[in-house]
Design a protein around this ligand. Structure first.
Ligand code: 5AD
Length: 435
């Protein structure tokens, strides 16, 4: 049986697709890279914004063309969870709709679909960690490791609590066992994943314990995590970051808005001032740390003055990078009921101004980095020329003239130029074998 999966959305979805491959690998499925000829085609979806869903609807139309008698087209992930069986009505040739807590039932659901029954499973299973299902990853020096599923926060714009269910953490021992195995296969960098990853707690251990335990695994030279919640950085956690050499000096810390009034309506649990304090605490504990963030513009009721507070935050927090989004109404979220939804032209204009502010800050910061030397990990071949793509601990991409066999190697690279966002570099020295 040939299995094709297309993945949209966040890193958690990438990890979930690896989990689905693991689930179906046990059933004898082989992975194929082309939907034509696949026996099962799955689209792992995102529901966080309407345009993510529209893209999937469009793509389903194309994938339907590859359907043959007996083959199965399934929608899995957050959009599947959000829309449930209604998706079966909306897209006539979809056979199967499966939410993130139901992947264990995929073999059975696929069998039913093959027998001609259109099926869905969107039940929440708050105990589900897929602990017994080893993900099938593409081999390489980096790996995602899910440490927490679901979300207990209630940000008013966000659909994720409805698509991924309640928060639950895996047990620290189970995570460490998985990382030990990965290190044994040659992985030297892991990224711990969770919706609010630093609220990790397995009943006995917190996120600080987890960082120390994973960072102590032999062979793990780099440890990253995404995405943390600003107020879940306890002093213990910051201390663990500062004293665990594998922890990389880069944090993706979604802020969403620079206005306290907007943050309050978003039900974020911090103010602009508190957010900046967290950033400052991390900067003083981890010198040279870089920050990226997520920002939403055009949240209901956002005034011009409130938007301008977001603009000034870009410079006050001195972000190295930011992912910027126009607010998208998600049915079922509390923000739907807020008044004062903004006209699309207003939100679009703000988004453009925000992107300009972010770009100019990023460009200025990166220009100042040219000439510096950084440790890089060679991740893969670049699309352009014969160059290799490597990453600094601060999460900057560097194009290097190295042979293809260097994936997984660490080097010291001198940054020689920048496009504003990525760098070119030359290898100054091989990096030391130990941290
Ligand atoms: N509209 C726009 N952006 C959103 N995000 C989450 N929900 C919405 C929404 N309704 C953004 C947030 C989050 C990122 C993953 O997606 O910035 O951090």
């Amino acid at each position: 049986m040939r299995l094709y999966i297309e993945t949209y959305g966040c890193q958690m979805n990438v990890a979930d697709s690896e989990l689905i491959f693991g689930m179906l690998d046990r059933e004898g499925y082989v992975r194929v890279e082309d939907p034509a000829g696949a026996d099962v085609m799955l689209v792992n979806t995102c529901a966080v914004r309407d345009n993510a869903e529209q893209r999937v609807i469009g793509r389903m139309g194309e994938l339907q063309r590859h359907k043959r008698p007996g083959s199965v087209l399934g929608v899995v992930g957050c959009m599947a969870q959000r829309l449930g069986p209604a998706l079966l009505q909306q897209v006539p040739r979809v056979d199967m709709v499966v939410g993130p807590d139901a992947y264990r039932n995929l073999p059975e659901l696929i069998r039913m679909a093959q027998a001609g029954e259109r099926t869905s499973d969107t039940e929440f299973r708050a105990w589900e960690h897929y602990e017994d299902v080893p993900p099938v990853r593409e081999s390489g020096p980096t790996a995602f490791v899910t440490v927490q599923r679901g979300c207990d926060y209630r940000c008013t714009f966000c659909i994720v609590p409805q698509t991924r269910g309640p928060e639950r953490s895996r047990r620290l021992q189970d995570i460490v066992r998985e990382v030990v195995e990965l290190a044994g296969q040659g992985t030297s960098e892991v990224t711990l994943l969770g919706q609010t990853v630093n609220s990790f707690h397995d009943g006995e251990h917190d996120f600080a314990d987890l960082l120390r335990a994973v960072g102590a695994v032999d062979g793990i030279r780099r440890l990253r995590f995404t995405s943390p919640y600003p107020t879940d950085f306890t002093p213990r956690c910051i201390e663990a970051m500062a004293t665990t050499p594998a922890v990389c000096g880069h944090v993706h810390l979604p802020v969403q808005s620079g206005s306290n009034a907007v943050l309050r309506r978003m039900l974020r649990r911090y103010t602009r001032e508190r957010y900046l304090e967290v950033v400052a605490a991390l900067r003083s504990a981890l010198p040279g740390i870089t920050f990226s963030t997520d920002i939403i513009v055009g949240f209901p009721g956002e005034t011009e003055a409130q938007f301008e507070e977001t603009l000034t935050l870009v410079n006050d927090a001195d972000f190295d990078d930011a992912y910027t989004f126009k607010y998208s109404v998600r049915q079922g979220t509390p923000a739907v009921r807020l008044g004062d939804h903004l006209a699309d032209e207003v939100a679009s204009a703000r988004l453009r101004r925000l992107i300009d502010a972010v770009r100019s800050n990023t460009r200025r910061k990166n220009a100042a980095r040219v000439g510096q030397c950084h440790e890089v990990l060679v991740e893969r071949a670049a699309k352009r020329g014969n160059l290799m793509l490597a990453r600094t601990r601060g999460n900057h991409l560097v194009l290097l003239d190295l042979p293809a066999g260097t994936v997984g190697e660490y080097h010291i690279a001198r940054l020689t130029g920048t496009t504003g966002s990525t760098f070119t570099g030359t290898v100054a020295a091989p990096a030391l074998a130990v941290l």
